[in-house]
Design a binder for this molecule. Structure first.
Ligand SMILES: [Fe+2]
Ligand SMILES: [Fe+2]
Length: 198
């Protein structure tokens, strides 16, 4: 069998859907490498800054690693702007949707909200509310998102910084996307890990 027999989903039988499930599992194994390729595509996006979006992503993740952050934080940081490619108006939510099945809830939440939190650094210059983050005041991950933006995101536009290459992070990305999706032992709802060691 190399393709299903049906032309409308309602007509498929168990053999068809067993075949498709196997195909999907094989396709899923390539997710990490497709994301790494998409990250490299960010090199062509958004001019005007002193570094590309790829450079920014790598620099943010390099800072996370040098802060002693764990794998979930490093991969979340590497991919936090991956949504810029297809979702310029909600790139944070888009990235979070990709990461949610495979990362700790804390990291996914921070990626999802980082756009609101980043405004404190420039909202006043673009007619947006710099304090938009206050909509999340009291949330258990509020301080984590503030720290993420302060130490890793807003600081990582420096062409002189000693940034690590994509190849340095590839195995971590593959490890994360090889996890069992939505595994409670990975999601660890409500738990927090530090972003840096003081
Ligand atoms: Fe962003
Ligand atoms: Fe960013």
């Amino acid at each position: 069998m190399h393709q299903v027999k049906f032309t409308a989903m309602a007509d498929g039988d168990k053999e068809d859907y067993d075949f498709l499930t196997a195909q999907e599992i094989a396709h899923t194994r390539g997710t990490a490498d497709r994301l790494l390729a998409a990250l490299v595509e960010l090199d062509e996006g958004l001019s005007g800054y002193q570094i590309t979006r790829l450079g920014h992503s790598l620099q943010s993740a390099t800072r996370a690693e040098r802060d002693g952050a764990d794998t979930d934080w490093i991969v979340a940081t590497l991919l936090h702007d991956i949504g810029d490619i297809y979702a310029p108006y909600n790139h944070d939510e888009y990235a979070a949707a990709i990461l949610r099945p495979f990362l700790r809830e804390q990291c996914t939440w921070v990626v999802e909200k980082h756009g609101d939190f980043q405004l404190v650094y420039y909202g006043q210059h673009v007619g947006a509310d710099p304090e938009k983050r206050q909509a999340h005041a009291g949330h258990r991950y509020f301080d984590d998102c503030a720290t993420f933006c302060a130490r890793w995101d807003q600081a990582s536009f420096d062409p002189a910084y000693d940034t690590l290459p994509v190849s340095h992070f590839a195995d971590r990305v593959r490890e994360v996307f090889a996890r069992t999706p939505y595994d409670p032992g990975v999601i660890r709802a409500g738990e927090r890990e530090p972003l840096y060691r003081a």
